[in-house]
Ligand binder design. Structure first.
Ligand code: M6R
Length: 608
């Protein structure tokens, strides 16, 4: 969703801000803007549409200066217009602000300001903040920001500059992330680490309620009551190169091809082959506590929830622990039954998903062990949970999640194994799982080598308006994930179903114009799935099968077959999902979609 970048240092700030905005594009946005302090004045330029448009527009202005802030806006309050784009300015034009989040009481604040004679040119809650801070300003920027925030209900990650204070950026956070990048004689501030990677790996993550005062040589952080807070500098291991497309046309296909490598990063040093167990150290639970766990709940949204569904199979089969998967937005409102023997994992690529975060807070309140399985280092979920594991997928910049999904599944399998070995699994079974896990990168590569063939098939499916994705057992969440990928990037309506459910209703829709993609892997449900596939076939629907290598009979059953290497059943999401990712990608490309930034979607969904 919206993105923030700010810079204060000795460099010309404009190129830093423009580059920062480009690196925030992946979050999704519809307008953008920049404000720079130049000659004791705020110079502001905003535009609707792509950063390229803004980059062209700024050429007509004198935007030299060494302190500035910029923003990508994803419309919430008010339409996509230049007036609504950030930064917003105070009435005297001396103060500029960029804000992520939602000010819930903005209407009452706006009424109050209007009565005092303030006029508004936008429909945004952020302009209200600009005027509120401006109205409280009498020479001390920090205290006027702090006083304004005392009046505000809602969420914010914000940065403020003032023409009278050319040596200062004030930043504040409540529910919407902000990261300070520590350079030499320069500081950066952003809504996530990605735009800072070209400049520094040293980051400071603000916590809720904190205000940071950033100058060229130092920064200071305060609590809500203006007490000094000591902050730790975290070194991020992501490299600048990882955040580039590296010759691929899109981040999504690059990230699909990253999977064998980042999978190895996820499991490296985290297993013990001899003991047949996993060694995930961040759980912060004793063996006794782990043995006391009677129930696991996996909380997540979207793709992460499908990774959770795959993890449920692993937890139940390997550890024998009843496991539920809950979509975060539902969990907190259904008064879930939780006790101190419940272990809750929040699974999230961004670590910032508002629904997941709120659900985890609820679980914590009710006394569960709450742990995170997260990709983004230092993210809110990573910091608010009492332990857990980073999935080490590296920066995932395409909106459609791919490599984070496989690494989430990998970590869930390792956790299931670790619990299983403490409870009931033999070393031999543990070793068998680990050996199969070690073969996964090779099998992923075998699927990736088939890209051309998958592309050829995919392109013949591009003109359909509907599709079903079918699977059973562990392949059911894979079907859901395949269907989600197709919807979000190709904009083709599709639904994922359990193969066995078709005859209970959905089969009524099948016709020659309604194709089916079915995962018919050689596993314990093979015969059952095969019958479901026959039922589909009998209705004249076009059929694409994802089948196991060597299953020659699949050819006579389907119009198209993509063969995948045979894999231990629990590990199939790590291999069988890849052809579906490529399938959706190639269709989206053939249809000319904006693959990395699909319409209406944001990478990090920070509003409920
Ligand atoms: O950052 P998170 O993993 O918490 O995000 C959860 C979902 O918003 C995300 O997986 C979404 O469904 C993706 N667009 C899927 O490709």
């Amino acid at each position: 969703m919206c993105g923030i970048i700010g810079y204060i240092g000795k460099k010309d700030t404009l190129p830093v801000l423009i580059q920062g905005l480009r690196r925030l594009e992946y979050r999704g946005y519809d307008s953008a803007g920049i404000a720079i302090i130049n000659d004791q004045k705020i110079q502001r330029v905003r535009s609707v549409g792509k950063i390229d448009t803004l980059a062209e527009k700024v050429k007509d202005f004198d935007l030299s200066g060494t302190v500035g802030i910029a923003h990508t806006r994803w419309a919430t309050h008010g339409g996509v217009t230049e007036e609504n784009a950030h930064p917003h300015v105070s009435l005297d034009g001396k103060l500029a602000i960029c804000h992520n989040g939602i000010i819930e009481n903005y209407r009452e604040l706006k009424d109050e300001l209007e009565k005092k004679g303030f006029t508004f040119v936008s429909e945004t809650d952020t302009e209200v903040l600009a005027h509120l801070i401006g109205s409280l300003y009498s020479g001390n920027l920090v205290s006027s920001v702090e006083a304004a925030l005392m009046r505000v209900r809602g969420t914010y990650g914000l940065v403020v500059v003032h023409a009278d204070h050319p040596d200062m950026i004030v930043a504040a956070r409540m529910g919407s992330p902000l990261v300070i990048g520590v350079g030499k004689g320069e500081y950066f501030v952003a809504s996530d680490a990605t735009p800072l990677l070209p400049y520094t790996s040293d980051m400071v993550f603000l916590d809720d309620g904190e205000v940071a005062v950033i100058s060229r040589d130092s920064f200071e952080t305060f609590s809500k009551t203006h007490t000094h807070v000591e902050k730790e500098v975290t070194t991020i291991e992501w490299s600048e190169a990882e955040a580039q497309t590296q010759g691929y046309p899109h981040f999504m296909i690059k990230e699909i091809f990253d999977q064998p490598t980042v999978f190895e990063d996820a499991i490296r040093g985290r297993y013990d082959l001899e003991e047949g167990t996993a060694r995930l150290s961040g759980l912060n639970m004793t063996d006794t506590q782990m043995r006391s766990v009677k129930r696991v709940i996996l909380i997540a949204c979207g793709t992460a929830s499908y990774a959770g569904m795959a993890g449920k199979y692993a937890f139940e089969r390997l550890a024998g622990i009843p496991t539920e998967v809950d979509v975060a937005s539902e969990f907190r409102y259904r008064d879930p039954i939780i006790d101190s023997e419940t272990l809750v994992f929040g699974i999230s690529q961004s670590g910032e998903t508002a629904d997941t975060l709120a659900a985890l807070r609820e679980a914590k309140r009710k006394g569960a062990f709450v742990r995170g399985i997260v990709n983004v280092v230092g993210s809110t979920i990573a910091r608010e949970t009492d332990g857990g594991t980073y999935i080490h997928a590296g920066p995932e910049l395409a909106v459609a999640s791919t490599k984070a999904y496989t690494n989430m599944v990998a970590i869930l399998i390792l956790y299931a194994l670790q619990f299983g070995r403490l409870k009931r699994l033999t070393p031999a079974t543990g070793q068998r799982v680990l050996k199969a896990l070690l073969e996964v990168p090779h099998k992923m590569n075998r699927v990736l080598e088939m890209r051309e063939k998958i592309k050829e098939i995919a392109r013949t499916y591009k003109d359909y308006h509907n599709m079903y994705f079918l699977g059973r057992g562990i392949n059911y969440p894979i079907a859901l994930e395949g269907s989600l990928k197709l919807k979000e990037i190709a904009y083709i309506h599709s639904e994922g179903y359990q193969g066995g459910e078709m005859k209970h209703g959905p089969i009524a829709l099948l016709s020659k114009d309604f194709p089916v993609v079915a995962i018919m892997a050689k596993d314990q449900l093979y015969e059952k799935m095969r019958s479901n596939v026959e039922e589909v076939r009998a209705r004249g629907a076009r059929l694409l099968l994802i089948a196991t290598e060597g299953d020659e009979s699949a050819k006579s059953l389907a119009d198209d077959v993509i063969y995948v290497p045979e894999t231990m059943e629990l590990l199939q999401p790590l291999v069988n999902t890849l052809p579906l990712q490529i399938f959706a990608y190639e269709i989206a490309v053939a249809l000319g979609r904006d693959v990395d930034r699909p319409r209406n979607l944001a990478k990090s969904v920070t509003v409920e």
